[in-house]
Design a protein around this ligand. Structure first.
Ligand code: FAD
Length: 566
């Protein structure tokens, strides 16, 4: 019979715990073992013998307790800075074999909204190896993250699961190559975006990031370190892609590359009519099979429901050189739509780029006076949101609650969504960008765990709003979260079969509904690869087999964010 303990750090000078020298370390950091509120047998952790560091430093624990959403808190027992994939496997083997049980969550860059990378009373594995390394990173995640290995001949790169996409880009550009499919923001980890899908304006053409992976190394919930691909351990490969961290921890990913473009022509045009806007977006994504010269490389768009938005952080492009006076444009129901497109080029195509862009723009039905164009290096285009981040940080507007909400809406109902949400529920004020762009379903591999609507074309609608503590109640967290719930209720009442992207639910029934036809397979894969349900419990899909010690996840800032304890 195992005794269970809480591990509580009481040191004034907490340090990371290297289990190679256990007894003295324990004394040095004054770990107090109490037998009240028993959770885990520490001797099981102490036997790990990891090469990296297991930290109970309050700063590490604090970081792992929170995320970009700033709406949910859950305190782990400890944070592992792995030195290798083998360290990850050691921890999970110990957790899997532990009689009282221990949950383990990989944390990428912690850019989730609802605590998805947290682990109440468990261990968080800090996968990220960003350039801003902490002392612990210097010897652990950084060591694991050997530089990305590029194969120029076979056009792929092998990366550590905790690498940031910005670092992957920089490493591949040294070889004149780059990944094909992106997210709008590059300070996210490879493992984090591959656990969701990874989407941006290239998705209509190349599919999401999960469709551009050739091979993975994964540590399953049983602690096995397996290589998987379409040919090898294929069930695990497809399970993990879009798998919300439920089946294993990605320690290595092999990403397909293409020759890197040098420059980007970046264009924005406005529409006052929603059906012209979506007709043009759908036309542009239908060109995906054509040679590059006959299509754009990136298709996105956003909604402008109030004048403030036109110069918001996501659309700073318009100003100061291109100020837009909304009042000068006759908006449909007060709402404008902005199509955002790009064309990549380099020296060899520099002479024809103007003609190609002109030829494509001629086929579109935007407001003729509303063309805004800029030209910039490829890397600056891909890294555009980081510039906005730095601006927001300087104004203290980055570390605020983010009740972000993403939906995939089937094409057949997008105009109903426009009427009911953009022109009604949102009112004429919003506090952040609202993205809208379509994707082709046949670019998504149906064997993956990702869930999309049941139509050939569907739209991402992303409400990327920040809550501010001002006198204006329309900017409050409660108000924005209430609107998110109203939108879900509106979709349900109108029979719009939308699916959440980066999903967040509070009951298992909602998860079953979310996965629909895929639930049985998702469940079966869980039983096979993480039978004790110890991984990524912050997603709240499955109950760990020892649920008594995982129940103190707390919503912060709001009473509306009710977190079910699985
Ligand atoms: C400013 C900003 C812009 C964004 N833009 C986009 C965008 O354009 N397109 C898009 O698709 N998404 C976008 N996202 C969302 C982003 O993809 C998710 O937040 C995603 O979770 C990646 O973040 P992360 O690396 O910080 O992962 P985390 O939030 O740390 O983790 C997310 C989930 O993945 C699991 N996980 C993390 N690493 C691994 C691993 N190595 N193996 C297995 N599971 C793992 C975690 O346990 C957790 O459940 C954006 C987010 C922000 C904050």
């Amino acid at each position: 019979m195992h005794k269970r303990y809480n591990i509580v750090a009481v040191s004034q000078h907490p340090r990371e715990l290297s289990f190679a020298h256990v007894p003295t370390q324990i004394l040095r950091i004054h770990i107090l073992i109490v037998t009240v509120g028993l959770t885990v047998d520490p001797t099981e952790l102490l036997r790990l013998g990891v090469d990296g560091q297991l930290s109970v430093d309050p700063a590490d624990v604090e970081t792992a307790s929170s995320d970009f959403g700033l709406m949910t808190r859950a305190k782990p027992l400890a944070v592992l800075h792995p030195a290798s994939a083998e360290d990850v496997a050691r921890l999970i083997r110990a957790a899997y074999g532990s009689a009282p049980g221990l949950t383990v969550s990989a944390r990428g860059h912690g850019h989730s909204i609802n605590g998805q990378a947290q682990a109440t009373n468990g261990v968080v594995i800090k996968m990220s190896s960003s350039r801003e390394r902490t002392a612990a990173d210097q010897t652990s995640a950084a060591a694991a993250a050997a530089r990305p290995q590029v194969s120029e001949r076979e056009m792929y790169v092998d990366v550590w699961g905790g690498d940031l996409w910005i670092d992957v880009l920089k490493a591949t550009l040294e070889h004149g190559l780059a990944p094909k499919s992106w997210t709008d923001y590059l300070y996210l980890t490879v493992g984090g975006t591959l656990s969701n899908a990874g989407i941006s304006g290239q998705t209509f053409n190349h599919g999401p990031q999960i469709a551009n992976v050739q091979e993975l190394d994964v540590v399953t919930g049983k602690g096995e370190l397996l290589t998987c691909s379409e040919e090898k351990n294929s069930e695990l490969f497809h399970a993990v892609l879009g798998g919300l961290g439920q089946f294993g921890i990605i320690t290595r990913a092999r990403i397909a590359l293409e020759p890197a473009p040098q420059r980007v022509r970046w264009i924005r045009v406005l529409y006052s009519n929603f059906s012209s806007f979506t007709k043009d977006q759908e036309f542009l994504i239908s060109l995906h099979g054509l040679p590059a010269s006959q299509r754009f490389d990136y298709v996105e768009g956003f909604v402008i429901v109030d004048e403030g938005l036109i110069n918001n952080w996501r659309s700073s492009f318009f100003s100061p050189r291109n100020p837009v006076k909304l009042s000068s444009i006759n908006a449909d129901g007060g709402v404008l739509y902005c199509l955002e497109i790009t064309k990549n080029y380099d020296e060899s195509t520099a002479e024809t780029i103007d003609q190609e862009v002109e030829g494509l723009l001629k086929k579109l039905d935007f407001i003729p006076t509303s063309v805004f164009t800029t030209d910039l290096p490829y890397v600056d285009f891909l890294d555009r949101v980081h510039k906005a981040e730095l601006k927001l940080r300087s104004k203290g507007l980055w570390d605020v609650p983010h009740p972000w909400f993403n939906l995939f809406v089937p094409k057949s109902r997008i105009s109903d969504f426009d009427e009911g949400v953009f022109k009604s529920i949102l009112g004429n004020k919003t506090s952040g960008p609202i993205l809208i762009y379509p994707m082709n379903k046949d670019k998504w591999d149906q064997r993956s765990s990702a869930v999309t609507p049941d139509e050939d074309v569907f739209y991402l609608v992303a409400l990327l709003r920040s809550a501010l503590d001002t006198a204006d109640e329309t900017q409050s967290l409660e108000y924005l979260m209430h609107q998110n719930r109203q939108i879900l209720r509106f979709c349900a009442a109108a029979g719009i079969k939308a699916k959440q992207y980066l999903p967040h639910y509070t009951t298992q029934q909602e998860w079953v509904d979310h996965f629909g036809d895929k639930w049985a397979q998702f469940h079966k894969r869980k039983m096979e690869f993480d039978p004790r349900h110890i991984l990524a419990t912050g997603q709240r899909i499955f109950t760990p087999s020892f649920a008594h010690n995982t129940k103190n996840t707390k919503p912060i800032n709001t009473h509306n964010s009710i977190i079910a304890s699985s």
